[in-house]
Structures are given as structure tokens and as C-alpha cells.
Design a protein around this ligand. Structure first.
Ligand code: RP5
Length: 153
């Protein structure tokens, strides 16, 4: 069965900064379902999608947002699947606003926060989480690590 991860972003303007999330997941044979959904502009749709995600066969969320970045936290409020938040730059505060918004979740509703614009690491963290119970994914992760460490000419 194909593993499926939801990759959400708050705006179509986030597409370029979030592109590495889906390409990295796909490199590991994980299906990335990419959607533009804003916690502020589409609050009802975000709640509905997050609430039904486990039942719909998703294994995890990657949520990228900029500015007052509520998306990862709102998704986490509606699911017990792992949520990785990606603070995005592009604002007057260059992503520090989004970083603070995403990283400081209240106790009980966790979001794993990666660096500003670190969509690739968000995907790799999801691969690590899923590889705990997936030997084939764990093997591919080992290969990826070995390849990454190999000297380049
Ligand atoms: C956030 O506001 C989005 O994630 C985006 O990073 C930022 C600006 O959105 P747009 O005004 O470009 O749609 O919600």
C-alpha cells in the first residue's frame, strides 16, 4: 500500500518554497497530496480535511505557512497524526514571525517545527517517523544517508 502524506500550504505564493517537501517524499516512494489551504482564509475546510485525514489514509502532515502562521497548529488541533510545520520567509520579518508562531505550541498539541524554508528537512523528518514501522523505508533512508555522505568529485 502506498504511504500518503498531506502537504499543505497557506497560499499559492508558498508553492516554490514548499516544492522540496513533495519532491523529497516522492524520492522515497511516498505519495504527496499537495493542497493550498489557509487556516485564516479557509478555516472550515482545514478543520474538515485534518479531522478526516487518518480515516482517509494519510500518515502525516507537512504544513508550510508564512506570517501569522496558524496552519500547522490548527491542523494539529484536529488530528492525532504527526504534524511537521515549515515556517516560510517572504514577509517583512523574513519568516521569524512564522517560526515563532509555529514553534510555540501549547502543551498537549505538538507540532514538530523545522527551520525557516526547510521543506526538505520537513519531508525527511516525516520519512524518519514513518520508517520506525517500515523496514523498507528505513533501508531507503540508510541508502540516502550513505549517498549523502559519499565524497563528491
Ligand atoms: C500565509 O500568508 C501564507 O502561508 C503566505 O506565506 C502568506 C502570504 O499569503 P498571500 O498573501 O501571498 O496569499 O498565510
Amino acid at each position: 500500500m502506498t504511504v500518503k502524506v498531506a502537504v499543505l500550504m497557506g497560499s499559492a505564493s508558498d508553492t516554490e518554497r514548499m516544492a522540496a517537501a513533495s519532491s523529497t517524499l516522492e524520492r522515497f516512494g511516498i505519495e504527496a497530496d499537495v493542497r493550498v489551504l489557509s487556516a485564516h482564509r479557509n478555516p472550515v475546510q482545514v478543520a474538515e480535511f485534518a479531522s478526516g485525514a487518518r480515516q482517509a489514509g494519510y500518515s502525516a502532515f507537512i504544513c508550510g505557512a508564512g506570517m501569522a502562521a496558524a496552519l500547522p497548529g490548527v491542523v494539529a488541533a484536529h488530528t492525532t497524526l504527526p504534524v511537521v510545520g515549515v515556517p516560510l520567509s517572504g514577509s517583512a520579518l523574513n519568516g521569524v514571525d512564522a517560526l515563532y508562531a509555529i514553534v510555540q505550541m501549547p502543551p498537549g498539541i505538538p507540532v514538530a517545527t523545522v527551520g525557516i524554508d526547510a521543506a526538505r528537512n520537513a519531508a525527511l523528518l516525516v520519512v524518519h517517523i514513518l520508517a520506525v514501522a517500515d523496514a523498507d523505508l528505513a533501508r531507503r533512508l540508510e541508502e540516502f544517508r550513505a549517498d549523502q555522505s559519499a565524497p563528491r568529485s
